[in-house]
Ligand binder design. Structure first.
Ligand code: GAL
Length: 756
């Protein structure tokens, strides 16, 4: 490939479509950059069909003399939900499905000089495209919400390289498969494979000759053994770079680079094994949506989500509920060793013939696009929570196995006794609910769920969810019950020999239809809110981290006498910690020591339950404190104030250095706190945000504080970027509060990418 240009800048966008837009823009068309959403939405309380529309994107494509004689491709990483592509008024093709990549050869429609690309996007919930046709519990938004790439290529292009391998003792037997697209006479081409380690050193190379015919074809390089591969493991995620160079008669035709890792995956009834080592899944489901802009968030936000899951929350797996997610997200999962359960689009409903056709295309697209990600340990090839359809699901399962014999398959059901056509039975199980938080039955169990006497590989793909909706500003009691659900279920799952593990529903709150959620178009089922602010359940997960890495101690109380369940003065609450024990001082009494609770013995670090009252009504309410001890020494201290009041606004930015030449984003989190660092969960007030330099806030610039937090993302303005390093800043004030304004300095830099 001569060049691959991130083709995201300066599109023209307007709502609606008319034939005339194939040739000229609507007067109201405005300049936008990708990723883009057809409609920015309020945080909540909007119509769930606000983004359902036809819209038009256009962009000029300049074919320079160097590009003549070359092949020109446009690749769309994700457009919700259906689109047609036109070049100079002629139709280049269409694509169904908002989560799959599509690629178009537009060479024959282009001419020297200025060309016009028009994309007609349909973001209605069309019944011929999964997940639509009935009701679904998430919003899918609309628009060209992932990147577009302009590729300038020779007549022979490697469109995909699937780095297939078998691992034997001390060797990786490579047999890479190339998908080639060739124009012209048949040729003999040489494919040279080069394998580089993380330092960029070539450690293995070989070449093979391929007979290439006109059209699209799959060709495999002969099998070659590469000795002593360093294996990819979740706790040591080693990645190799594979570069394949295709030449003919001494000319380079194409060069294709992918990253991959070598490992084996085995899902047996007694566990999930990566390279023969057993892993118990403690995972979360992730929706890819963000406030205001829905799905339209780029590379950094996708990567940060993976980091939040692995680094902050400390989970070891994520389910991409309920669709294929960004390559940036998956790349990051590979890099940090976060296991991925990758799923096709769908939710509860199987549509007609066209729907099924698109579903099978999605299976194929998911597997071929994501094949090289070592983090993906399983393909989920059923529509989430649909009923049995043996004919369709046999096809989906066979297709998945044909495309990838190295990974197991599964499909997610909520029903018991569903026909198991795949390798693993996955169950969404909401048996345990906040109606009966003391209830002993947490889930159905393998035999009850599968109806099978023989042990089959089994996992829980969702729990909690509707059974524990939780807002950041709910009472501490409610937020504690949510955290306790995670403690009970993960503890039991860890102890259970009959499941590979469990995934909680879900990582982050998300926008949804009126049919679901809290009626305000938000589903508050996350362990974090839509801004990725942690609820107590998040700290239950985080407290499972190794105390040598980080000490965690979070008490699930605001420390108040008049806001507890059942006329209690201080208890009950939990302390989510990886300390060995804690000492609590309240009401000026002697410290009381508490140990991790044996009811959660399956957890590495069981939480502490503080159930009995420490003081009596006549006692004076005084400052209190909790001290966490690790290896006999105080490792964490949390003070609580009798007279707690607003002292400051803490402001943190995820990143201080952003790319200026494409739309880059970072999140800024503001927290109101008292002088003992306690979050003021019930504070009512707002922050006001101003940006200086080439930065812009996403969403409104006056933001209410909820649950003690106000967070937002800022994005760079590539149209105004100088191309060199630049300074920018964000100031955050609290109108009406006696708190100093905060300023965050940022630096904007060129990315080094080719951006157009
Ligand atoms: C499940 C579904 C999820 C989510 C969850 C809420 O049935 O698979 O997408 O809606 O319920 O509890």
């Amino acid at each position: 490939m001569d060049a691959s240009i991130l083709w995201n800048l300066n599109w023209k966008f307007c709502e609606g479509f008319s034939e005339s837009y194939l040739y000229e823009d609507a007067p109201e068309a405005k300049t936008v950059h990708l990723p883009h959403t057809v409609k920015e939405l309020p945080l909540s309380c909007f119509s769930h069909s606000a983004a359902a529309m036809i819209s038009t994107y256009t962009k000029e494509l300049e074919i320079t003399p160097q590009m003549e004689e070359r092949r020109i491709f446009l690749t769309f990483d994700g457009v919700m939900t259906y689109f047609e592509l036109f070049v100079n008024g002629k139709r280049a093709g269409e694509h169904k499905g908002g989560y799959s990549r599509s690629r178009f050869d537009i060479t024959s429609l282009c001419h020297a000089g200025k060309n016009r690309v028009t994309v007609r996007v349909d973001s209605h919930e069309r019944e011929d495209i999964p997940p639509f046709g009935y009701a679904i519990d998430y919003l899918t938004f609309g628009g060209i919400y992932r990147d577009v790439w302009l590729d300038i290529c020779s007549h022979t292009v490697i469109t995909q390289a699937l780095i297939r391998y078998d691992l034997t003792e001390g060797e990786a037997l490579l047999s890479p498969e190339l998908i080639l697209d060739h124009q012209g006479e048949p040729i003999q081409a040489v494919a040279e494979l080069s394998l580089r380690d993380t330092n960029g050193h070539e450690i293995f190379a070989y070449e093979d000759t391929l007979s290439v015919h006109p059209g699209t074809q799959s060709l495999s390089l002969r099998q070659e053994a590469f000795a002593n591969p360093i294996l990819w493991n979740p706790d040591a995620p080693y990645l190799y770079t594979v570069e394949i160079t295709l030449t003919a008669a001494g000319n380079t035709l194409d060069r294709h680079q992918v990253k991959t890792g070598f490992r084996t995956v085995d899902c047996r009834h007694d566990g999930l094994f990566i390279n023969g080592r057993k892993w118990k899944i403690m995972g979360l489901n992730r929706h890819q949506s963000f406030p205001y802009v829905g799905y339209a968030m780029g590379k950094r936000a996708q990567e940060t989500d993976a980091d939040i899951l692995k680094d902050f929350l400390g989970v070891n797996a994520v389910r991409t509920s309920h669709y294929m997610q960004s390559e940036y997200f998956l790349n990051r999962c590979d890099e940090i060793g976060l296991l991925v359960f990758s799923e096709i689009p769908g939710w509860g409903h199987i549509g007609g013939e066209e729907f099924k056709k698109v579903m099978l295309q999605d299976v194929e697209s998911m597997i071929t696009t994501q094949y090289n990600h070592p983090s993906i340990f399983i393909w989920s090839v059923r529509i989430n929570e649909s009923l049995d359809d043996d004919e369709l699901y046999q096809k989906a399962n066979d297709l998945a196995h044909r495309l990838d014999s190295s990974r197991p398959t599964t499909g997610v059901r909520y029903i018991s006794n569903s026909h198991l056509l795949e390798d693993v039975y996955s169950l969404n199980d909401f048996t345990y609910s906040d109606c009966d938080p003391e209830g002993l039955k947490l889930f159905r169990g393998r035999k009850e769920a599968t109806g099978l006497n023989e042990p089959v590989p089994f996992l829980i793909s969702e729990f909690a969810g509707t059974a524990f909706p939780t807002k950041l500003w709910d009472t501490a009691y409610k937020r504690t019950v949510h955290a306790r659900a995670y403690a009970r279920i993960f503890s039991q799952s860890n102890l259970s020999p009959e499941m590979l593990g469990t995934f909680g529903w879900c990582a982050f709150d998300y926008n949804t239809h009126g049919d679901y959620g809290s009626g305000d178009k938000i589903c508050y089922h996350g362990v974090m809110d839509m801004f990725r602010i942690p609820k107590y359940a998040a700290y239950l997960l985080r407290s499972q981290k190794d105390p040598e890495e980080t000490i965690v101690m979070e008490a699930t109380t605001e420390f108040s006498r008049g806001d507890n369940q059942g006329n209690k003065l201080s208890a009950p609450f939990m302390i989510l910690t990886n300390c060995d024990y804690v000492e609590i001082e309240m009401y000026g009494r002697e410290p009381v020591r508490y140990y991790p609770d044996s009811r959660y013995i399956g957890l590495a670090h069981p939480p502490i339950e503080v159930e009995e009252e420490i003081g009596v009504w006549q006692d004076l309410w005084q400052d209190g404190q909790i001290i966490g001890y690790y290896k006999g020494r105080p490792a964490a201290t949390k003070r609580f104030l009798r007279d707690s009041f607003l002292d400051d606004l803490e402001v943190t930015a995820d990143d201080r250095s952003l790319w200026g030449d494409y739309v880059d984003t970072t999140r800024i989190v503001c927290r109101v706190k008292d002088s003992a660092d306690t979050t003021l969960v019930y504070y009512h007030g707002v922050i006001q945000v101003k940006t200086q330099g080439n930065l812009q806030i996403i969403g409104p610039d006056i933001i209410p504080i909820h649950g003690g937090y106000a967070a937002f993302w800022v994005k760079t303005k590539p149209e105004a970027f100088s191309g060199k390093g630049e300074a920018a800043s964000v100031t955050i004030g609290m109108p009406g509060a006696e708190v100093e304004e905060k300023e965050i300095q940022m630096e904007l830099k060129p990315s080094g990418w080719r951006v157009g």
